[in-house]
Write a protein that binds this ligand. Structure first.
Ligand code: ADP
Ligand code: MG
Length: 396
């Protein structure tokens, strides 16, 4: 088929031609935005899922929804090497300028600026990567202790009050939340605890890898009552079919049931892989309908491409010992494995590999689905590790 007309879009955060199977989450966001705006209490939520299931795409969609519902919003992506304060201060400042630009002076908005400045003064010594300038006086005594866990709640509260004063609501959307430190997570949770108690119009929507659940629990045990953690997983068969068939048919091309079954088998319903297989199948097929022979060829090409990009970028960030650890996890079989069994495969004690395991969790490569268990955060990564072994890329 004509590659120019190819509807599929494999990539990080690239909107799919058909956002299949996520209506419940979008409805949930719609209800939350509506309720918070009307000063009714509603839990914020954090999307939990493996790499490539569509969390970022959903956050983008929710961001649009927020704007459509009249929210002022900020969208940031957490990083391994950047502090939360450095990340959210510039967009918060931007947001305050937006509130300030509206007609008539608001004392609450003015105060927010002063408190933002105090916050900056407080953390300045610790956060060298914050580069914002505010040509105003600070408000001494508010949000300037230098302790994030008391300053962030104070700052967000003042901002939420300013928004309320403007008869507006604010949404803070944060991707890759698993990269926050425990202290940052704790500060964030305490902020939303206070905001929920005061029923202020500030919503948090986040997303992260499965280790985010443990991180929130360790940071503050009441987090599970404060937030919902909807699981974002692979698509079921009807949604998979919708994800592939409707974009294809909207271009006037058909696809056989057999071909769809084969895509389902190969991708296991993971959205990233669905896009990849759809993309390759489209380019390979010479005529409508796309059939199973096309999919078999697409499988070869898709795996080659994934090995060069999606999997490869993660593999390249690993040390030799981390690669060995992941290979041991891979050969133990599908799904979660006992950490003790992995150590045994490596012929060392669990204590000896604990630092490697911890680093792999920090890098977002593995997580612990239950105490003592370990699994990949990237679907089908185990098969990739086995291919890398065959190519002599695991053990030098
Ligand atoms: N509901 C969905 N249906 C079909 N494809 C999807 C869906 N959600 C995401 N995708 C596709 O999956 C890929 C990965 O999405 P992304 O949001 O980056 O995942 P994550 O943030 O969870 O790693 C993208 O190519 C996107 O187009
Ligand atoms: Mg993402």
């Amino acid at each position: 088929m004509d590659p120019i007309k190819n509807p599929f879009s494999p990539g990080a955060g690239t909107p799919p031609p058909e956002l299949a199977g996520r209506q419940t989450i979008l409805d949930k966001a719609h209800i939350m935005f509506g309720r918070l705006k009307a000063a009714r209490s509603e839990k914020s939520f954090l999307l939990i899922g493996l790499r490539g299931v569509g969390k970022t795409v959903l956050l983008n969609e929710i961001h649009h929804l927020a704007e459509k519902e009249g929210y002022k919003s900020i969208f940031v992506e957490a990083h391994e090497n950047k502090s939360l304060a450095a990340l959210i201060l510039p967009p918060l400042r931007q947001l305050l300028f937006q509130l300030d630009r509206m007609a008539n002076v608001s004392e609450k908005v003015k105060r927010s600026f002063r408190v933002l400045k105090s916050f900056l003064n407080g953390i300045k010594l610790k956060v060298k990567d914050v580069e914002i300038y505010l040509d105003i006086d600070s408000e001494a005594g508010t949000a300037d202790s230098g302790d994030l866990e008391s300053d962030l709640p104070a700052l967000l509260e003042v901002i939420a009050e300013a928004a309320q004063d403007r008869k507006l609501a604010v949404a803070i959307i944060i991707d890759e939340l698993q990269y926050l430190s425990e202290q940052e997570m704790s500060a964030l949770i305490m902020s939303f605890h206070r905001i929920a108690q005061k029923m202020l119009p500030l919503a948090l929507v986040g997303a992260g890898l499965p280790q985010l659940v443990g991180l929130t629990g360790r940071s503050k045990s009441y987090a599970e009552r404060l937030f919902d953690f909807p699981r974002i997983g692979p698509l079921d068969m009807p949604d998979m079919i919708a994800a592939i068939r409707s974009p294809t048919e909207s271009q006037g091309v058909k696809i056989t049931d057999e071909a769809l079954d084969e895509i389902a088998l190969q991708t296991q319903g993971y959205p990233y892989f669905l896009q990849e297989w759809g993309y390759q199948a489209w380019n390979i097929a010479e005529k409508s309908p796309i059939d199973i022979a096309d999919i078999k060829k697409a499988t070869k090409e898709s795996i080659r491409r994934l090995d060069e990009s999606f999997f490869r970028v993660r593999f390249d960030r690993l040390t030799p010992r981390e690669k060995e650890y992941l290979y041991a996890l891979a050969i133990l079989g599908e799904g979660a494995q006992r950490s003790g069994d992995i150590a045994e495969k490596l012929q060392v004690s669990p204590q000896a590999v604990a630092p490697i395991r911890n680093n792999l969790i920090k890098k977002g490569m593995i997580y612990s689905p239950a105490h003592g268990d370990t699994d990949f955060t990237v679907p089908l990564f185990g098969d990739f590790m086995k291919r890398m072994m065959k190519k002599g890329q695991v053990y030098p």
